[in-house]
Structures are given as C-alpha cells and as structure tokens.
Design a protein around this ligand. Sequence first.
Ligand SMILES: [Zn+2]
Length: 352
Amino acid sequence: MRLLGLEAKLDLERELAEIESGNLVRWLTALPPNRLTAASYRELLAHLAEHNDWNMRFLDRAALGRLGAGAFLAVAQGNAGNDAGIAHLSWRPKGRSRPDVSLVGKGIIFDTGGTNLKPFRAMLDMHQDMCGSAVALGVLLAITRLRLPLAVDCWLAITENRLSPQSYKSRDVVSAACGTTIEVIHTDAEGRMALADTLVLAARERPALLIDYATLTGQCINALTDRYSGVFTNRRELEPLLVTAGRRSGERVWPFPMDEDFDEELKSSVADVAQCSVENEGDHILAARFLRKFVPEKTPWIHVDLSSAARKKGLGHVPAGPTGFGVRLTLALLTDHASELAQVTGIAGDLR
Ligand SMILES: [Zn+2]
C-alpha cells in the first residue's frame, strides 16, 4: 500500500504485527494482579504456544531447585503459592536448533518490595512490574506473525515479590545457577535476582544475540524521564544501531556506560558480588553491571531498562498508560538494521 505524502511503501503486515504485539503487551501490563497471577500467566502462555506453534516448558520451583537457580528462588520463596517459575518458549523455522535471538523478560506479577517494603505510592502500580516479560513475549509474537527466518527463544521470569515470614532478607547469601554467590542488600532489587538465573539459562543455549527487558530501576527514570528507555550492551558497536532503531521506530533509547570500575560498588566481603549498592547512586548502571556477570562475554547482549514502560500522558501513538514500549524498537533493530547487526552478532543477515 502507498499513502500520499509518504515516500516509503507502507509495510502493512509489519504494522499489523506491531500493533497486535504492542496491544498484547499493554493488555498484559494493565491486567489486575489478582487476575494475572503466575498460574494464569502460565495458562495463557500455554494457550498462545499451542496457537502459534511454539514449544513451551515451564521450569517450576522444584526444577529450578535442581538447576541451582538460587537467585530466582530467593525472590519466589516469599510467595504464598508455589506457582512461580521460568517459562521457556521457543520458535524454530524449519529444523534450526541454535537460537538466533533469545529474549528474556522480568515478570514480577506484583512487587511489594519484599522485606524492604515499599511505601503506598511507590507500590500502587507494581502490578506493572511484569512488563518486561510481556515485551519479550510481544517480540516473539511479532517475529512469528512476520515469519522472520529467525530461531527465537523467550525466557520469562515469573514470580511475585512479597513480604512474608519466608521472604528473603538483607545480607542473605544465595547462589545462582552458574555458581556465582550473591549477597542480598535490598529486597526491592528483586528484578536483577530473578533475571540473573534466567540470563544464565538463556545463555547456555548459545544465542547469537541475547536481549533482556525489565522495568528494573527508578534511577533510569530519574536519568531519562519516562519518555526514553535506557540501553546497556557488552558490544559498544551496537549502541548507535540501538539509538537509530529507537528514533526510527518512535521508541527512543539512550545508552549508558558499562565501564568495569563501576564494579567497585558491587564488591562484597562475603560473596562473589553484592546485589546492589547501599547508596543506590547510579543504580541503573550498577544493575546492568550486575546482570553482565551472568552473561558470558562471548554472547552479544543488550539490556533494556524500560523506564518508558508506562506514561500517564501517553507516548507517541499511545494515548495513556502502559506503552508497549520495546516491540517496535526490537523489530526495527532486527529487520531495518539486520546487516549491521549481523556484523556484530553473527545473527542471520538480510531479513527484509
Ligand atoms: Zn522491586
């Protein structure tokens, strides 16, 4: 289709895939937390998997215990029920096995802050803390709809972060699936705990590119407002591609530093790494440095801190509330920048 005044041809199929996937993200993010529970989320994923020819397995708490995923389990142990876990969905075009892209999402159904309980206003909208998982799912759906020749894995870390006698505490020391030990500092920094194990499991399948999405830090909103999201990567060459893909798609992102000396703030005297710093200064950068410890250096990795996951006054074409931010950005990166991306990551080349 061609519209008057528009130079490029309008790719209606792409528009429809982005709209459907973006709306899925917005709907899931808006759902009340007693309706979108870990159990009902799992059921919904099974339903979507059946209708879209995705493989699905769900690593429940017992399975994660066998894998030694103590960081995720530290967060999940405060839940009333036993339905938390990591969902693994996969989409494979014609007999391919190794994933081109692995999408990881933070799916905190409701974040009370845990033992370090949040005050009322800060907790009010914490049913939206699962947004990163919805974005990962939305990207998988869009890729499936467009039949892009990409093998995709999708890993969703689904749990609540609750206050209970079983909740994890400051100064607990837990061990992630890779064996790295973590000293807990603040139980409200649960997202990076849940993601640490999820990244370890996702990276074991040796994806050409690993992307995670998370409503991770308040500091990222302080730094960028809710008009932009923050991006962090272990491949500096990807930064200009991300910025351009953001402008092109209307989902703007800005890269932050990832220098090694930030790790001084994450030193622990009792574990390999501290979960966060006590001072919270530059927490969005420290969170990214923390996550990087769970991604092998050989795996090209992008971390998206979704500071623009929701915006009262709306953002771009979205009038209000959850924005669905992340789907268009990722599609722009994977398709409009496919050849540049291939040079850095070894992901399949021309997708257009
Ligand atoms: Zn939190």
